[in-house]
Design a protein around this ligand. Structure first.
Ligand code: AP5
Length: 223
């Protein structure tokens, strides 16, 4: 049923894209393709691409389209992406969306399913400043809404929980401004070029998951 499924999660920083992408990638057995994670991996490895991206990311701006599209094309050529994928944080500009449309056509995918997380900006600062991520497995926590059982340690593997360097108030404001300027126009774009579903991202994470189950189906044995 989910053969060749291309999913795009669209929403501002802190909307909950990564949290839901990790869950549904596992359930649907397709990879989560987070351009933010790919870029942070380049930064951590201090590659030439990572050095260029680091400066831009620490300002809260978007990395140039050519870099991101090239990175995504490389990733989509790997065998695990043949059956489908969940994009988390891509595309983020109209040129990226156009480039992705051509790539999907070439790979024989139909129109993507686009989930638009509708959120009020007021709650996003609290979510982002409280976010902690496992350095080993990438599991996402929140010091207030989803704390780990042991302070600073991942429940799954005991990995150290880290704070992202762009989750500082001044950078968060820039990231939200970049979303408004460059990414928000994609909502209307995908109302025309995709199958766009609006989801209330202000609800708690479990409720958001149940909204997504209406789109992708619930695990076996659950309604
Ligand atoms: P990226 O890594 O993509 O970050 P982002 O889009 O800013 O999104 P976030 O990861 O901050 O938020 P999220 O929606 O995934 O929320 P999460 O689930 O973690 O991009 C980082 C940077 O890389 C960009 O600024 C740019 O420079 C560059 N970049 C990346 N892609 C690019 C591209 N395509 N083009 C150009 N540049 C690019 O949740 C956040 C917190 O909230 C967590 O603590 C979580 O536990 C909590 N939470 C989640 N859901 C809920 C809920 N429903 N209720 C309460 N709390 C919740």
């Amino acid at each position: 049923m989910h053969d060749r499924l291309a999913v795009i999660l669209l929403g501002p920083p802190g909307a909950g894209k990564g949290t839901q992408a990790r869950l549904f990638a596992g359930r649907l057995s397709i990879p989560q393709l987070s351009t933010g994670d790919m870029l942070r991996d380049h930064v951590a490895r201090n590659t030439p691409l990572g050095r260029e991206a680091k400066v831009v990311m620490e300002r809260g701006d978007l990395v140039p389209d050519a870099i991101v599209v090239g990175m995504v094309e490389d990733r989509l050529s790997q065998p695990d992406a043949m059956r489908g994928f969940i994009f988390d944080g891509f595309p983020r500009t109209l040129p990226q969306a156009d480039a992705l449309g051509k790539i999907l056509d070439r790979l024989g995918f139909g129109r993507p399913v686009v989930v638009n997380f509708v959120v009020d900006y007021d709650g996003l600062f609290r979510r982002l400043t409280g976010r902690r991520t496992c350095a080993l497995c990438g599991e996402i926590y929140n010091v207030t809404d989803r704390p780990p059982k042991v302070d600073g340690r991942c429940d799954r593997d005991g990995g150290e929980l880290k704070q992202r360097s762009d989750d500082r108030a001044e950078v968060i404001s820039e990231r939200l401004a970049a979303y408004d300027r460059q990414t928000r126009p994609l909502v209307e774009y995908y109302r025309t070029h995709g199958r766009l579903v609006d989801v209330n991202g202000d609800a708690d994470a479990g409720t958001v998951t149940r909204s997504l189950e209406k789109v992708f189906g619930a695990p076996q044995g659950r309604a």
